[in-house]
Design a protein around this ligand. Sequence first.
Ligand code: SAH
Ligand code: SF4
Ligand code: F3S
Length: 481
Amino acid sequence: MERITDTLKILNEEDKQNLDNARISVDESNDGKRKLYIESYGCQMNFADSEIVASILRDNGFATTSKYEDAELILLNTCAIRDNAEQKVRNRLQHLIPIKKKNPLVKIGVLGCMAERLKAKLLEEEKVVDMVVGPDAYRDLPRLVEEAETGQKAVNVFLSREETYADITPIRLDSNGVTAFISIMRGCDNMCSFCVVPYTRGRERSRDPHSIVKEATDLFNQGYREVTLLGQNVDSYKWSPENSENAESVNFAQLLEMVALVNPDLRIRFSTSHPKDITDEVLYTMKKYENICKYIHLPAQSGSTRILELMNRTYTREWYINKIDRIREILGEECGISQDIIAGFCTETEEDHQETLSLLEYVKYDYGYMFAYSERPNTPAAKKLKDDIAEDVKKRRLNEIIALQQRLSFERNKLAVGKVHKVLVEGFSKRSNEHLQGRNDQNKVVVFPKEHFKKGDYVNVFVTDCTAATLIGHSVTEELV
Ligand code: SAH
Ligand code: SF4
Ligand code: F3S
């Protein structure tokens, strides 16, 4: 019973993959520097952006702190993906009013997707805010801070077609020293009808592959053993050199290979893949390199072709299923696959919902991130479709999807029992300092007794037990089977 409650918590909508959980900046040594506090919401790309922001501001005399009470500059890097993500930020801003009253010299900035969505309107709505800065304007932060310090309100929400921050070395905030994220592209050119990201992040652009390989190499030399390549749609990564005469362009499969070759002991992951763009070439590259993890996050959003069409996902249920079959064919049954699903999209019927449940049954996802549809202003869905599914129906369908995923996760994890898994140790387990925790190739969390192992080690773990969220085992000396 305890196990079930435990894992339910992990898959609970409010608790999912940091999507709505804030991350706060760390205490840097700050001799003589001014203190900066950054709180980040949303996806991994936003967390990666905060590390770029910290780097830009460090060059301008700021060091990060974990206590907002101590900071001269408070930045919230925000998410706009669902209404509750924005509400969280608004509540947070209310909490900051007394801080500002106590010390009017403190400046408060809103960065990220909510800043981009609301622009200067945010200054009117939330009086405590001094700066509104969109995701492509972070190089301008030093100037904007100066402007705010003269008592004016400062805004830059310009979206760029080129900015990739390729030359900026991020300051790793909140890092375990073993795993790190590398942004490989920005923006999104897809037009999923429910989604605000194309409006908050702008057009898709890819970062110079050589700067990516250099960042991965530097991380490896600093002791990191895993990098996750980040983008809204990594499979459409495409970089072409400017003024190219002989130089070739680089696609995602080629980039994967370039990063895999940095060192066989550096694990590579990537997120997110759009089902329409992941190619056989990518799957074969994954197969070719042991250090590219056999795990794919492949958001389906719905199992109903009719709903997928309204969502403008550009694939059908059958097409998606074919893609899954192809993954299993090339990478084997064991390849980890996870999903994103939206429950209760406009016009969704019980039959559509049943199709989503049956898709889950078919794929047998290892885990997933599940959401109730939240209408976002000015998106194609908000303009053309009615948000007509009652909240209680959305919640009920969402709960059915979560419960089914819970069972499937448990079933998939049971298949891992009785086998040896190569685990990259990330630190102590959440519950005890006698146990370590890491992940296997398929991105499953594995917990085992510490013995003499430490962070950053690869350990062969024989798995003896599992919950829907965790594998449990002990180290063995024999090789993987
Ligand atoms: N680029 C990624 C996902 C970005 S947003 C992709 O294409 O898969 C992460 C997830 O949030 C989406 O996959 C979707 O499931 C969910 N999401 C996006 N907009 C939403 C909305 N308006 N309401 C509810 N969930 C949403
Ligand atoms: Fe949004 Fe679709 Fe782009 Fe993902 S691919 S960020 S869901 S528009
Ligand atoms: Fe949120 Fe923006 Fe990421 S809307 S999910 S922070 S791209």
